[in-house]
Design a protein around this ligand. Structure first.
Ligand SMILES: *[C@@H]1O[C@H](CO)[C@@H](O)[C@H](O)[C@H]1NC(C)=O
Ligand SMILES: *[C@@H]1O[C@H](CO)[C@@H](O)[C@H](O)[C@H]1NC(C)=O
Ligand SMILES: [Zn+2]
Length: 235
């Protein structure tokens, strides 16, 4: 699996996938280093990422995305319990539709404050949930608040994770910056095409789901494509 899978123009992408069960490495110094990525590698790629679900909006997000693929970093016990029936169904639907799923930790903790054992526990609980719900283990992680530590990176490596993700752009929903802030961010992404972006959105934030995301789809739709003549085609 490679991330990201581009998206083009329009949006989104990513195939950070959750993947098949992985073997864990054993012994100090034998684990492959976990890379931290904060953007797509290539021009013409915009990754849309959604944190803090499941939160009940997954079906609506999928509808708005249409054929485009996005990445969801899930919690176990944050806004909702991951094992609620509707959440289980939504997570399976995301996976079936080809979206990429990763772990965002069990309780949305500040990982820079957690001990080695607490980090293992947070990750393990999410892996159990992924196994029960999807029969898979997550290979990708995003630290809540982007707060990492050397201990976290060590534990991720020990547990067989491949990548830790940050982001290049934040729609500002978790900081309550307002819908217009998020819309302007997507306008600027369209305007600076083909620069790559990895955009942080929150699946738990209703305004993002109902207002910012539909706007983003329109803003990004025409990027990189010849456009239809309109009244702006004047010298
Ligand atoms: C951008 O990506 C789209 C979709 O993958 C592709 O059709 C288009 O040719 C790409 N444009 C450039 C300049 O790479
Ligand atoms: C996480 O914890 C660290 C260490 O105590 C602190 O500096 C940081 O501000 C915390 N981050 C958040 C988002 O609370
Ligand atoms: Zn989060």
């Amino acid at each position: 699996m490679h991330f990201p899978n581009v998206i083009s123009v329009a949006a989104v992408l990513s195939s950070l996938a959750s993947a098949a069960p992985t073997r864990r490495c054993e012994g100090e110094g034998t684990c492959p280093e976990v890379q931290t990525w904060d953007n797509c590698l290539l021009p013409n790629q915009t990754a849309l990422t959604f944190d803090d679900g499941p939160a009940g909006f997954e079906k609506e997000i999928m509808q708005t995305l249409g054929d485009r693929k996005a990445t969801f970093f899930l919690n176990g016990c944050n806004s909702q319990c991951i094992y609620e029936e509707e959440n289980v169904n939504n997570i399976r639907a995301l996976h079936d539709a080809g979206h990429t799923l990763g772990s965002h930790g069990w309780t949305h903790a500040n990982f820079s404050t957690l001990s080695f054992d607490q980090i293992h526990d947070e990750l393990w609980k999410m892996e159990v949930a992924f196994s029960k719900i999807l029969g898979l283990k997550p290979l990708y992680f995003r630290a809540p608040y982007g707060e990492t530590s050397d201990t976290l990176m060590t534990v991720l490596a020990q547990r067989g994770y491949k990548k830790n993700f940050l982001w290049s752009d934040d729609v500002g929903d978790s900081s309550l910056l307002g819908v217009d802030y998020g819309k302007e961010l997507y306008d600027s992404i369209a305007e600076t095409w083909p620069n790559p972006h990895m955009v942080l959105n929150h699946a738990s934030h209703e305004e993002t789901v109902k207002q910012t995301l539909p706007y983003a789809m329109e803003a990004l739709e025409q990027v990189g494509e010849p456009q239809e003549r309109d009244e702006t085609w004047v010298c």
